[in-house]
Design a protein around this ligand. Structure first.
Ligand code: PLP
Length: 375
C-alpha cells in the first residue's frame, strides 16, 4: 500500500496532530498479533489495538461472515423493522452474560453503549414511578467514552475540562488507586474495599431518592489499569441494592475474555443491573456497542412506559446487519477456540512476567489482572 502524500486534512482523535504529522506512524496491514508499518516493520500489537482485537487480526471467519452479509443484506432500518441476525446476536449475548441479563440494546461504540445505559437507567426509574431518581454517580479516574453522558460520569480531567458544564446532577465516588498501600499488588489489591462506602457519603448528601444509577468500570483501564480492591465491587453492589440504586458496569474493555471469562461480572462474581460492552464484541472488525440489562428493567419499561415506543432512543446503525454478522462470527471463534479460558490460563504467566520487572529503574508500581498488566 502506498504512503499517503498529504496528512493535512485529517484531524486525528486523541493525538497530538502537529507532532504526529512531523513524524507519522502509519500502519498498513495486520495479521494475527502483528501490524506491518509503511516502512515494512513488524510491530507486536501487545494491546490488541485499543484493547479490542481479542481474537487477533485478520480472522477469516469474520471476513467471510462480513462479506456474505454485505451480499445478502447490507442494511436494514432498525426502527420498526428487524432482521434475523440482530435477534440471534441478542440471544447469543444473553447466553454468555450473567443470568437474568437477557435484553440487549445495540449501538456502535463504547461511548454510545454508555450513553444508552445512562438513558435507560433514567427512563426506567421514571417508568417505575421513581421520577425523582435522576442523579448519576460516576467515579474519579473513570473512563466511559467521550459522549456528553460518558464524560460527565467519567473522571478524567482533560476529557472534561474543555467541555463546559456537561450533564447536571452528576457526582463522583472517590477512585480506588492507592499506591502507598497497594503498590506491586499481584491481581486485586488487598486494601480499599471500604472506598465503596463513599457511596454512602453521596447518599447522605443527595438522598437515595434522587440517585438513579452508579456507573463504574469493574477494572479501570484508561487511567492506568486499576484492578478493584478485594471486596470493593461486592460492597458497592450491596450498597446500591440497599438504596435501590442501579449499578452499571462499563465492560467495554473487560468483557469478552480480558479477565479469562465472558465478562468481568462473571470474573468478580458480582452482577450489576446493566452492562455496557463494545470492542471485543466484533473483534473490532466492525464498530458495535451493546447495553445489556436485567430482565426486570426491560419488563418494567414495556409494562410501564407511557408511550407505545417504550424507549425514545436508538441509532441509524443500531444492530447493523454487517456488525451483527461480525459479532456472531467473533462469538463463534471465542467459543470454538476456547479463547476466554485460554486468556485465563495465560494470566498467571503475564502476572509473573510483569512483576519480574520490579526493581527496574523508574518502575514505582506494577498492576495486573487477567491478561492486563501495566507498569
Ligand atoms: C471502559 C470504557 N468505556 C467506554 C469506552 C469508549 O469506547 P469507544 O471508544 O468505542 O466509544 C472505552 C474505550 O476505551 C472504555 O475503555
Amino acid at each position: 500500500m502506498s504512503k499517503p502524500n498529504n496528512l493535512e486534512s485529517l484531524w486525528m482523535p486523541f493525538t497530538p496532530n502537529k507532532t504526529f504529522k512531523k513524524d507519522p506512524r502509519i500502519i498498513v496491514k495486520a495479521k494475527d498479533m502483528h501490524f506491518t508499518s509503511d516502512d515494512n516493520r513488524q510491530i507486536l500489537d501487545g494491546t490488541a489495538g485499543l484493547w479490542c482485537v481479542n481474537a487477533g487480526h485478520g480472522r477469516k471467519k469474520i471476513q467471510e461472515a462480513v462479506t456474505q452479509q454485505i451480499e445478502e443484506l447490507d442494511y436494514s432500518p432498525p426502527f420498526q423493522f428487524g432482521h434475523p441476525k440482530q435477534f440471534e446476536l441478542a440471544n447469543r449475548l444473553a447466553e454468555i452474560f450473567p443470568e437474568g441479563m437477557n435484553h440487549v440494546f445495540f449501538s456502535n461504540s463504547g461511548s454510545e453503549a454508555v450513553d444508552s445505559a445512562l438513558k435507560i437507567a433514567l427512563a426506567y426509574q421514571r417508568a417505575r414511578g421513581h421520577s425523582s431518581k435522576t442523579r448519576l454517580i460516576g467515579r474519579e479516574r473513570g473512563y466511559h467514552g467521550v459522549g456528553f453522558g460518558g464524560i460527565s460520569v467519567g473522571g478524567m480531567v482533560k476529557n472534561r475540562m474543555y467541555f463546559g458544564s456537561m450533564l447536571s446532577g452528576v457526582d463522583h465516588l472517590r477512585h480506588t488507586h492507592n499506591p502507598s498501600v497497594n503498590a506491586f499488588s499481584q491481581g486485586q489489591p488487598e486494601h480499599g474495599a471500604e472506598l465503596a462506602d463513599d457511596l454512602e457519603r453521596l447518599v447522605q448528601l443527595h438522598d437515595a431518592s434522587t440517585i438513579a444509577a452508579v456507573i463504574v468500570e469493574p477494572i479501570a483501564g484508561s487511567t492506568g489499569v486499576l484492578p478493584p480492591p478485594q471486596g470493593y465491587l461486592k460492597r458497592l453492589r450491596e450498597i446500591c441494592t440497599k438504596h435501590d440504586i442501579l449499578l452499571i458496569f462499563d465492560e467495554v474493555i473487560s468483557a469478552f475474555g480480558r479477565l479469562g471469562k465472558a465478562t468481568g461480572s462473571d470474573y468478580f462474581g458480582v452482577t450489576p443491573d446493566i452492562i455496557t460492552c463494545a470492542k471485543g464484541l466484533t473483534n473490532a472488525t466492525i464498530p458495535m456497542g451493546a447495553t445489556i440489562v436485567q430482565d426486570y428493567i426491560y419488563e418494567s419499561m414495556l409494562e410501564n412506559a407511557d408511550a407505545p415506543i417504550e424507549l425514545f432512543h436508538g441509532y441509524t446503525y443500531s444492530g447493523h446487519p454487517v456488525a451483527c454478522a461480525a459479532a456472531l462470527a467473533t462469538l463463534d471463534i471465542y467459543k470454538e477456540e476456547g479463547l476466554f479460558e485460554h486468556a485465563g490460563e495465560q494470566a498467571p504467566k503475564i502476572e509473573k512476567a510483569a512483576h519480574s520487572l520490579k526493581g527496574t529503574k523508574h518502575v514505582i508500581d506494577i498492576r495486573n489482572l487477567g491478561v492486563i498488566a501495566a507498569l
